[in-house]
Design a protein around this ligand. Sequence first.
Ligand SMILES: NC(=O)c1ccc[n+]([C@@H]2O[C@H](COP(=O)([O-])OP(=O)(O)OC[C@H]3O[C@@H](n4cnc5c(N)ncnc54)[C@H](O)[C@@H]3O)[C@@H](O)[C@H]2O)c1
Length: 373
Amino acid sequence: MIGSGTMGHGIAELAALADYEVNLYDITEERVLSGYQKIKWSLEKLAEKGMITKSQVQPAIEHITPLTDMRVALLEADFVIEASPEDLALKQELFQTFERFVEDDAILATNTSSLPISEIASGTERPERVIGMHFFNPPILMSLIEVIRGKKTSDTTLQITVELSKRLKKRPIVCRKDTRGFITSAIFEGFIGEAMWQISREKIPAEAIDARMKFTEKFPMGPLELADLTGLDIGYHVRKEAGLPNPPVLERKVSAGQLGRKSGHGFYDYSNGVGAKYQAASASSFDPLPLYAMMTAIAARLVQDDAADPQDIDLAMQLGGGFPQGPLAKADEIGLDKIVKKLDELKAKHNDLRYDAPLLLREMASKGKTFYS
Ligand SMILES: NC(=O)c1ccc[n+]([C@@H]2O[C@H](COP(=O)([O-])OP(=O)(O)OC[C@H]3O[C@@H](n4cnc5c(N)ncnc54)[C@H](O)[C@@H]3O)[C@@H](O)[C@H]2O)c1
């Protein structure tokens, strides 16, 4: 396990609980020991809550070896999972280093949430063994692993990664194409990004959007509360790197250093102990159709590109995002004709290509088809 931060320590813990020998690497002793301590603490907590037995704690701890020498960490590794910071150049360099130390048949997986797997693999000599293995936070509790096939990933690499995910007692969902944001991050972009465009263009208060999506539509939290929790700079940089415009409201917040919960301010004020408070009463002033339309367009494009099937997309969003219903099942319920009409209307109004309805969706709508029939 390369990187022992938020994700790395959680993934190492999972693997140790599944009886794998885990070498946990980080760049300094302080960091790797901090990750190691967090694992111990978490295992104790899981045992206290009865989620594992007390007798599982010590063996799991003994399966983990904290290390700061990468060569030693990789020497006998069959499967490497990388969870270093989200930086393409860093990951490319790391994957080239991995190849120098591992056996030829070792698999190299990255936990990136948004960087193209094929680009991470591009500097390696054997890109066929590089794959995306996207865990969710916290890995120990979240049941989804999104497995992403890079352009050159081999069938064997894919099969072994799916099998390992199952042995970690998770539900793997395969994204067959290395498309931007894969399944989950791409659809979250529809949920969160469109909410921010609605604020910028329609002057709708964040509280009204969040109230509607949480209290009426039954998402675990509103998109703006979620954005504050993840950190406003994260989505901002992902869009920037992809050459996409950021909604003006986000531009303003990021340049003012308002990065969400971690900085004390974002769409909500966390400095006064109140935080993301919004009332069910304001839910009725927001029409959620633009958010559903955008999520449908993104999901339909994944189906059109043969990246994933509707059932897998929907299940990924339920397991990875706590969505009450998958976006395509919801689209069927709303009516694909209504969705396409909304996309066309938004595109005409804002001259924005993000609202382009994929051909597949347009055809299905015109023929009266649904994703689940
Ligand atoms: N946090 C999440 O919710 C989440 C969810 C899914 C995927 N991810 C992805 O997982 C990866 C890690 O995210 P995180 O939240 O755990 O970050 P983090 O900052 O908590 O942890 C990153 C760790 O990598 C270490 N590191 C720095 N340079 C390194 C190097 N050269 N070699 C090895 N390790 C190095 C750091 O010391 C740190 O411990 C990112 O690619 C992120 O996009 C994060």
